[in-house]
Design a protein around this ligand. Structure first.
Ligand SMILES: Nc1ncnc2c1ncn2[C@@H]1O[C@H](COP(=O)(O)OP(=O)(O)O[C@H]2O[C@H](CO)[C@@H](O)[C@H](O)[C@H]2O)[C@@H](O)[C@H]1O
Length: 466
């Protein structure tokens, strides 16, 4: 269960993972059903869905008719189901509606109603992030779902910063539960779906081993919970979908390439990118792709870019693709006036452009404050684009600095503008060593961060609960 699943609905990495992990799990022999809310988006409009179940679900004093719609061709490599509730789960955006709490509660309740009708119960229910976090609690403690209480539930935490809090005034939306269990829902006086899931699930995972440790130190108030529940946790590094993210076959990039022709291939993609953004081909391109929020270190980008472009004296081009905090968007947009030739920004979400950047840029900057796993650095590596990362969470687990014998990235520890600038300067210096960079690109492309590595770890976890 998840709020996002690529290509139906993606805001960030959650969509990528839920749109690819099940496909690789199916290849390993398990049957994977994905359930998301229904969205009025391109994918739902352009593909056929059939109604496999319809009923009415009660949420407080509201009775909500719902349908479960299944994508008919199974072309994604797994069985995609969406839950449609007219007026609540049939909108175009994924998050940020004022009644988001009601939307995700209704999604979870409708899912459980549907589950009650299964003749064969699933072996595992795998929940992703806070939007599905009430399910482990309701499975174990709601009278109505007692018949389902033996189904093991797993929670995967993609981002512990978002917890889905809402007030106890909405408690009546939930079906009746044992009164003594209500404390499971609470954290700091509010109903906290992420905390409830950590407490009620059978096992939880984080999307990298380092992030599992970091949650005990920095998790927006849940630190003591993660310490108390640590025995239930496992860190499994995300994989990438190499059928989608593969420079050899990617239909979204101007020139396909592989290990044998990486230099020429990247050069052609870079040429196209330079043309698109008015950059000079001979200079290295350092790119940033992602949500423009503090968590990604985006609040420091404007100051760092000024420092880099003022001190490097025309030796580098910087390209930003992202959207998010309006203040950060504004800070980054105004820089365009000052650095016309060496700086460009696209505010918005553009999947195809992200592919062109992974292929055409030389370096990908990720100055994250918090990074549970990070997929961008894994995509960059696959495309022979060197990541420049702050060593935290999954970035620490997946990128080794070039000063190490087996290194293939540029890493820094403390997050400040000086360290970002210094790291970009290291990149500029490396770029002038053409032979060295060519070898490192091959080393990056040979790394295996595919789901072949990680999907089986989830299956081992499932098996441990049987
Ligand atoms: N403007 C834009 N246009 C086009 N594409 C864009 C874009 N902004 C972001 N993307 C894409 O969105 C994805 C971002 O993935 P990440 O894993 O880096 O971050 P996110 O913080 O969303 O995910 C959370 O969940 C994932 C999955 O577990 C964790 O890896 C991560 O650390 C955690 O914060 C990538 O596919 C990237 O290319």
């Amino acid at each position: 269960m998840s709020a996002e699943c690529y290509p139906l609905a993606k805001v960030g990495g959650l969509g990528d993972v839920v749109g690819s992990l099940p496909k690789y799990q199916q290849e390993l022999g398990i049957t994977a059903l994905v359930v998301t809310p229904y969205y009025d988006r391109k994918f739902t409009r352009e593909n056929d869905f059939e109604i496999v179940y319809e009923s009415v679900v009660r949420m407080g004093d509201r009775y909500l008719p719902f349908q479960v719609l299944k994508e008919t061709t199974n072309k994604l490599g797994f069985f995609l189901h969406t839950i449609r509730i007219p007026g609540l789960l049939d909108r175009s955006e994924i998050y940020s509606y004022p009644d988001e709490t009601e939307q995700f509660i209704a999604f979870q309740l409708a899912f459980l109603e549907w589950l009650l009708t299964f003749t064969t119960k699933p072996d595992i229910i795998h929940c992703h992030d806070n939007h599905t976090g009430l399910v482990p609690y309701l499975l174990s403690h709601a009278y109505r779902y007692r018949f389902l209480s033996t189904i093991p539930s797993i929670l995967t935490i993609h981002n512990g910063q978002y917890q889905g809090w809402f007030g106890w005034d909405k408690f009546d939306y939930l079906p009746a539960t044992d009164p003594w269990t209500r404390g499971i829902l609470d954290w700091g006086g509010a109903i906290n779906p992420l905390a409830a899931a950590v407490k009620a699930c059978w096992k939880f995972t984080t999307v990298s081993p380092s992030y599992l440790e970091e949650l005990k130190i920095n998790s927006k108030g849940l630190e003591t919970l993660f310490i108390a529940e640590q025995r239930k946790g496992t860190g499994i590094l995300n994989g990438i979908d190499t059928e989608v993210w593969n420079p050899g076959t990617d239909p979204l990039i101007p020139q396909n390439y592989n290990l044998d022709n990486v230099s020429k291939g990247k050069q052609e993609n870079k040429r196209a990118l330079c043309k698109e953004f008015g950059f000079t081909l001979s200079k290295p391109i350092v790119a940033f792709i992602g949500r423009l929020v503090d968590e990604k270190g985006a609040d420091l980008l404007a100051a760092a870019i000024e420092q880099i472009l003022d001190t490097s004296k025309g030796k580098v081009s910087i390209l930003i693709l992202g959207s998010g905090d309006p203040v950060i968007e504004e800070q980054l947009t105004v820089l365009k006036e000052k650095y016309k030739k060496d700086y460009a920004i696209f505010i918005g979400y553009d999947e195809a452009l992200s592919h062109r950047i992974y292929a055409g840029a030389d370096f990908l900057l990720m100055p994250s404050r918090v990074e549970p796993c990070g997929l961008n650095q894994l995509y960059a590596l696959k495309y022979g684009t060197m990541p420049i990362v702050r060593s935290t969470g999954g970035l620490k687990d997946s990128v080794i600095d070039i000063s190490e014998p087996e290194g293939y990235g540029i890493c820094f520890e403390d997050l400040d503008t000086d360290n970002i600038t210094e790291s970009v300067n290291r990149a500029i210096e490396l770029y002038s060593n053409t032979g060295g960079l060519r070898l490192l690109r091959k080393r990056m492309m040979l790394l295996d961060f595919s789901w072949n590595r990680s999907a089986s770890q989830y299956i081992d976890l499932y098996n441990s609960l049987k």
